[in-house]
Design a protein. Sequence first.
Length: 136
Amino acid sequence: MLELRACVDVDDLEKAIAFYTGVFGLKLGRRQGSEWAELLGASSPIDLLARPAGSPASAATSAVRDYRRHWTPVHLDFTVTGLDAVVERARAAGATLDRDIQEREWGRMANMADPFGHGFCLLEFRGRGYDEVVGS
């Protein structure tokens, strides 16, 4: 079976470990010094990769890592219960709320950014979740 791992570049590994374990209740798995840490407790492991701001993002492009708020077409969604409390916990840990919490047919959603500028969403499902709008 194919295993999916999410990798998140950060410029401060200890701060990232504290953010993701404190906000989402993830647990620290394996680690390799100050360069890599594995977080467990989600449906897929999340690997935190320490990479300095300004370092090359890829050999195929001239882009460099920038930890100010940025947009990327790939982001993490976390399903939670008690959305308002998780939003406040995330904000207290350095996240920002990008816009007001949205009410949807399937539940509620908060668009946020972690302390490293990466966007993520918090989803709180109601009823049958996405099946409320797409059928079953």
